[in-house]
Design a protein around this ligand. Structure first.
Ligand code: BGP
Length: 469
């Protein structure tokens, strides 16, 4: 198992899924505060007590303790997001909220104490609710200006503390989850394709603008896009199934293609033409899009399978993007099909397509964990299933590196248990660190090290040599 020297091993989280303190120190509401059942669930008028994200795992008050545990595992990097609503509570103010800025200063200082490099997502499903309700989120061109103001503020403030930035989490999810991903208040069924793709365009321009501004503020910044990566397989070798794969892939690759190439691919122009989609793309937008990313980052949880044969379309329970079930793969307790080799495939696909450094910024297994007494009487979780999942994926990562892929690092999703994005449950746990909080709101919030905690510590310490092929 050969991993590059200086490989950025670490873990990933997002503010809205673990910080809690949703109304503390001047924070405004985000779209998350009105989706108590997660991205696929109903939208409420305001925060409701059953929304687990409001309190999260209280990282806001416990970050020192948690970062010490990340440091104990040997993290080189730590991915989290800045909650836009801590900085601009409504999103359209001109002046930022100092208390919010100070929180992230303190957080980055704490990481620096341990030499952990922050990897910061600027917008992780956290659009200010006011922007969703007043402007219909990213459908509105004004969002580019609000986002610009926000990123300029945080780039300037943290220019000496943060080097690695991601512009939008899983930007390609907006097509499937317009409210959570794009802050679009218009219900999905009523949203026209033109408005939806106009919103995509606005995010793409905003992302490129952030890349431009970031490089002006600090030329050493490394700014990446972030997409859901999902290799797609044909259900059969029928050419129509292969075409179905090509078309499904294009809906995903479209976003990274624009980020890397700085221009719209021909296949999307055709798609727009044939679907009566008319976009307002100005000559200035086209200039801004030329500010391409330094690297491509992605989440990977599963592959997908496609077919052109409607009668065979038994839907999978996939992470946001869907697809049909693959008969050769097993699935997690939440129906996500587990496919370590898919990670090697997608790494090679991205590398061949872009020749840009890649970064795996999410990968992991959501599972029900049981807290038990360990050998020395301490509370722990014997999560061999998680160890196996991560080991098998990392073995394929090593294969991809051997194939010649330039990979910057790997951060597991939810390195500490947190609230799920799709279902807002806490019982869907990803962490190396167990958090005593349950979906009924009970629990002490105490932290306990799982078996995987020690396993990952070893992987990092040996730079991957402890993995089992
Ligand atoms: C991705 C999101 C994350 C995260 C992860 C796991 O789509 O970027 O925020 O939550 O999926 O999904 P879930 O929490 O639904 O299990």
């Amino acid at each position: 198992m050969k991993f590059p020297e200086n490989f950025l091993w670490g873990g990933a989280t997002a503010a809205n899924q673990y910080e809690g303190a949703y109304n503390v120190d001047g924070k405004g509401l985000s779209v998350q505060d009105v989706t108590p059942k997660g991205g696929f669930g109903p939208i409420t008028d305001g925060p409701t007590p059953d929304n687990m994200k409001l309190e999260g795992i209280d990282f806001y008050h416990r970050y020192k303790e948690d970062i010490a545990l990340f440091a104990e595992m040997g993290f080189k990097t730590y991915r989290t997001s800045i909650a836009w609503t801590r900085i601009f509570p409504n999103g359209d103010e001109t002046e930022p909220n100092e208390a919010g800025l100070q929180f992230y200063d303190d957080l980055f200082d704490e990481l620096a104490k341990y030499g952990i490099e922050p990897l910061i997502t600027l917008s992780h499903y956290e659009t200010p609710l006011h922007l969703a309700r007043t402007y219909d989120g990213w459908v509105n061109r004004k969002m580019i200006g609000f986002y610009e103001n926000y990123v300029r503020t945080v780039f300037t403030r943290y220019k000496d503390k943060v080097k690695y930035w991601l512009t939008f989490n899983e930007i390609n999810s907006i097509i499937h989850l317009p409210f959570m991903s794009g802050g679009i208040a218009t219900p999905k069924e009523q949203l026209s394709k033109s408005d939806l793709y106009q919103a995509c365009h606005h995010e793409l321009v905003a992302s490129a603008l952030a890349t431009k501004i970031g490089h002006e503020i600090n030329p050493d910044f490394k700014i990446g896009c972030m997409v859901i990566a999902m290799p797609t397989y044909p259900l059969t070798s029928h050419p129509d199934d292969v075409i179905a794969v090509m078309e499904a892939d294009r809906q995903n690759f479209f976003f990274s293609d624009v980020h890397v190439r700085g221009t719209y691919p021909g296949y999307m122009k055709r798609y727009f033409r044939e679907h009566g989609i008319e976009l307002n793309i100005t000559p200035e937008d086209e200039e801004i899009l030329k500010n391409t990313v330094d690297f491509v980052s992605f989440s990977y949880y599963m592959s997908s399978t496609e077919t052109a044969d409607e009668s065979k379309k038994v839907k999978g329970a996939g992470n946001i993007l869907g697809g049909v079930m693959n008969p050769y793969l097993e699935a997690s307790e939440w129906g996500w099909q587990i496919d370590p080799k898919g990670l090697r495939i997608i790494l090679n696909t991205f590398w061949d397509r872009y020749q840009k450094p890649l970064f795996i910024v999410e990968n992991g297994l959501g599972a029900v964990d049981e807290l038990v007494k360990g050998e020395n009487g301490e509370w722990t979780v014997n999560d061999d299933y998680r160890i196996k999942y991560l080991n098998d994926h990392l073995v394929q990562v090593a294969e991809a590196i051997a194939d010649g892929v330039d990979l910057m690092g790997y951060t597991t999703w939810g390195c500490i248990d947190l609230v799920s994005a799709s279902t807002a449950e806490l019982k869907k746990r990803y962490g190396f660190i167990y958090v005593d909080r349950n979906d009924d709101g009970s629990g002490t919030l105490n932290r306990y090290k799982k078996k995987s905690f020690y396993w990952y510590k070893d992987v990092i310490a040996t730079n991957g040599e402890s993995l089992k092929a």
